[in-house]
Design a protein around this ligand. Structure first.
Ligand SMILES: [Fe+2]
Ligand SMILES: [Fe+2]
Length: 361
């Protein structure tokens, strides 16, 4: 029996077992009364990859299968599950169908978010056929949830490609977006139509209601070179500014990441597939320095499961406390610090392992 298997088996409770796995369990606890507490689970970025026929890349299948199995074991049961986008690697119907086939084993309702890997082959046609609308809102036990498609982009790039010669086919467009470092890609947008829909939707919501926004890309500008970026982030933040407590939860970056801009807390969720590199490497390119305002710990980017795992999130009266469970690594907590007014890491890593707040250039 290998070490990982032993570690898995020695944990008896479902929650403990899930601690080694790529699931986010989100607990909402506003009002601090038991009756109002609820949880939801969060799985993201599985990147199901088709090889041929019925063959798919096994590692990515396994990450998702494990997340689903552990999600189903959770006790108490999460009220629902959010899937944060990038079911597929290259947007193929086979990949989306296979991912959804695996996800059909999940108990309970699932809210899906569109990722760019699901979108750019056919501009979301197959995803929509299987899953329905890509932006909508719902209310759950006093929290207003908004799901956005944040991976749209400029029409002229979609129509004409990066060199104005047009795309050979949808796959050429998909591949231009599918890389981490994508010089021929185009920045993500929520876009004017969805922003107008959001403005109208939020008009109906009391400003004291906690708002949780679910997007694929961060609704903040972190690093343009890797599309850790949403071009109209400021306009979206403006729409969210009147509310007392806002949290944006996003996938895409495959790593723990958090920030605070005004009233808005930002938290990334982890991937079931693989980790992307960490923000300290952003400093290599000064022109794209991120505007992270909060000191962050970094974990170990050379550890294969570093950005995979799960976190439990408490939202006390609308603020978020994240409890990250990292497989075979030291657990971390990022709690909302009332005095500082932003999320702060509660431990313990040496100062030279942290990512300092970024300066504005
Ligand atoms: Fe992804
Ligand atoms: Fe993505």
């Amino acid at each position: 029996m290998n070490l990982k298997r032993r570690n898995f088996l020695k944990t008896s409770g479902a929650i403990m077992a899930a601690g080694a796995l790529p699931i986010s369990l989100v607990e909402i606890a506003f009002g601090k009364t038991a009756a109002e507490k609820f949880t939801f689970a969060f799985i993201s970025d599985s990147h199901i990859t088709h090889i041929k026929g019925k063959e798919f890349v096994r590692n990515w299948d396994q990450g998702l299968i494990r997340a689903i199995a552990e999600c189903n074991m959770m006790s108490p049961r999460p009220d629902f599950v959010v899937y944060g986008g990038d079911i597929a690697q290259l947007g193929l119907p086979e990949e989306i169908d296979h991912g959804l086939d695996l996800l059909s084993d999940l108990k309970g309702d699932v809210h899906y978010v569109m990722g760019e890997h699901d979108y750019y082959l056919d501009l979301g046609a197959h995803w929509r056929k299987r899953l329905g609308p890509e932006h909508y809102a719902f209310d759950h036990k006093g929290v207003h949830f908004v799901v956005l498609n944040s991976v749209l982009t400029h029409d002229d790039w979609i129509q004409n490609s990066w060199n104005d010669k047009g795309w050979e086919d949808g796959m050429a467009r998909m591949k231009a977006m599918a890389r981490l470092d994508n010089p021929h890609g185009s920045p993500f947008l929520v876009g004017a139509d969805q922003r107008e829909w959001l403005r109208k939707d939020l008009e109906k919501v009391d400003k004291g209601t906690p708002v949780v926004v679910l997007s694929h890309s961060p609704l903040q500008k972190i690093y343009k070179g890797w599309n850790f970026w949403t071009e109209d982030a400021e306009e979206l933040q403006k729409l969210l500014r009147p509310f007392d407590k806002v949290t944006v939860l996003y996938g895409h970056v495959h790593q723990i990441q958090y920030n605070q801009i005004g009233n808005i807390s930002f938290h990334a969720v982890m991937a079931t597939a693989w980790p992307w590199p960490y923000p300290s490497s952003y400093a290599q390119e000064a022109s794209y320095m991120p505007t992270l305002t909060v000191e962050m710990n970094r974990a170990d980017p050379f550890f294969e499961r570093d950005a995979t795992g799960w976190q439990m999130v408490d939202v006390h009266t609308g603020n978020v406390d994240m409890h990250y469970k990292l497989p075979d690594n030291t657990n971390r907590s990022v709690a909302f610090d009332e005095q500082k007014g932003h999320p702060a890491d509660t431990r313990y890593q040496p100062e030279d392992a942290r990512i300092p707040p970024q300066k504005h250039y």
